[in-house]
Unconditional design. Structure first.
Length: 459
């Protein structure tokens, strides 16, 4: 009864513009946990600190306070805010541990209303903000809905060159021993599927991001389930004797099950409930890793963008009616570069998502790009060299040594392969800065992100 009442209240709040579901995604290690932790931390402190000057409602002192309230969606795990804060506040400070699944946290933000219509009801309002963390890898699967098993297999094999071909060898060796016409043996298939999953993991470890199916590397609650035990095959057209119980038929069945029960289910049960989306992108690691990694990140982003293309007869429109009307792309970890490079980082990100951007604008989704650091690990300043004053950043390395450096120029356009020959971008991991327990953590433009994403809901 209590739950139904809460759900009814949620519906009313949504109608009154008083409830927003903000989804946070990005490929693994993009900075999702750090961002949500910082965002919650900033909002909890904003009534007592001037920590969010770029969020208009905070700057105008209209935010009365924010507090955490229990989430209403009981089917999704809680976002580990306390655990992440404990790590950031430990001595020495540590980064929060990697996360693997979807999770959620709810804030109630009390603010003074500006809008006259709302003022008629009361001079203060409450915005319920649900923040949902989910792996960007899950969005890589959407295009699979338009491909049958044979077409998907062909696409996977077409992409298997360069580092991928090398990494795929152990799996391919076993795959080539398999006869698709043969009667399916669960154990053999599970074994080959695990080699395929290893291959996808190795791609990620080598700095490649486009991995399909995305759930194989981040299975969440589906770990070990047979629906994740399939793999692409070659020479499918030659398997003319494949009967009902054959290897080919079982793989096809699992692929279709994956399309329906995993991909579509995610879009129906989670994605369809999101109002706003922030996509976090770590552009700096692929700049460090080299050309192949960079181009791969770009194609992964292109795949991710499909989820925001709602065309009239689009794939997503057929499953549900999408609601997301604002998408913000944020280049994370900007405290790794000097402030004079922020502009370049934003234009690089814009270039990476440019083609898909245009079609989304057409669909009336508002899109924008910023650079941001959720949890600052460095200070910026200048150093005097024989060539004059140069900008620099300073912080403690993960090993605890003080380091001052100019990490290099960020290209403002998609770099050519010779960029990696000429200048190597020097990207070092820093330890988060130590913080006082009663102070909000230091950030760069988390307030700008908030203003773009929910500023209009705090009017
Ligand atoms: N300097 C700096 N590093 C950051 C920042 N945000 C994230 N990082 C680094 O990036 C790593 C990954 O950040 P997470 O927030 O755990 O990323 P995630 O997207 O949640 O990663 P998964 O849970 O593994 O998918 C951290 O361990 C830090 O090393 C930031 O604002 N500044
Ligand atoms: Mg995480």
């Amino acid at each position: 009864m209590k739950r139904i009442r809460q759900e009814v209240n949620d519906l009313i709040n949504r109608g009154l513009d008083a409830h927003v579901r903000l989804a946070v995604t990005g490929l693994s290690r993009a900075g999702k946990t750090a961002f949500i932790t910082s965002l919650v931390n900033q909002l909890l402190h904003t009534s007592t600190h001037d920590n969010l000057p770029l969020l208009a409602a905070a700057r105008d002192k209209r935010i009365i306070g924010a507090k955490r309230v229990p989430q209403t969606n009981l089917m999704v795990p809680r976002f580990g805010y306390d655990e992440a804060m404990a790590q950031l506040q430990s001595m020495p400070p540590e980064w929060p541990v990697p996360t693997r699944d979807v999770s959620e946290i709810r804030l109630a933000i009390k603010y003074k209303t500006k809008k006259r219509t709302k003022k008629l009801l009361s001079s203060t309002s409450t915005l319920y903000l649900d923040i949902i963390d989910y792996p960007g890898e899950w969005l890589l699967d959407l295009p699979m809905l338009e491909l049958d098993f044979a077409a998907w297999s062909a696409q996977q094999f077409n992409a298997m060159h360069g580092i991928r071909a090398e990494l795929a060898k152990p799996w391919l060796e076993e795959l080539d021993k398999l006869d698709l016409n043969e009667e399916a043996n669960e154990k053999t298939l599970a074994h080959i599927a695990s080699l395929y999953t290893d291959y996808l993991h190795k791609c990620k470890e080598s700095g490649l991001h486009w991995v399909q199916p995305g759930r194989f590397v981040l299975p969440g609650e589906l770990e070990g389930a047979p629906v994740l035990q399939f793999f692409p095959c070659r020479n499918i057209e030659a398997a003319t004797k494949a009967g009902k119980h054959s290897v080919l038929s079982l793989l096809k069945k699992r692929y279709e099950e994956y399309q329906n029960k995993v991909i579509k289910a995610f879009y129906k049960h989670h994605f369809s409930t999101f109002d706003r989306q922030i996509v976090l992108v770590d552009c700096l690691s692929p700049l460090n890793d080299g050309h192949e990694s960079f181009m791969d990140m770009r194609s992964a982003l292109e795949q991710i963008m499909h989820s925001f293309r709602y065309g009239r007869n689009g794939l997503l429109k057929r499953i549900f009616s999408p609601k997301i009307d604002k998408v913000l792309f944020a280049a994370t970890k900007a405290d790794h570069i000097t402030p004079d490079q922020y502009g370049n980082l934003v234009s690089l990100l814009q270039q990476m998502i440019h083609p898909a951007w245009q079609s989304a604008a057409y669909e009336n989704i508002e899109m924008s790009c910023i650079s941001m650091a959720s949890v600052r690990a460095t200070k910026s300043g200048h150093i005097d060299t024989s060539e004059g004053r140069v900008p620099a950043i300073q912080g403690l390395t993960e090993a605890g040594e003080s380091l001052t450096l100019y990490p290099g120029e960020v290209p403002n356009k998609l770099p050519n392969p010779d960029f990696w020959q000429k200048s190597r971008f020097d990207f070092t991991s820093f330890r988060p800065a130590s913080m006082n327990h009663d102070e909000p953590c230091q950030h760069i433009r988390v307030d700008k992100a908030l203003d773009t994403l929910i500023g209009d809901k705090l009017q």
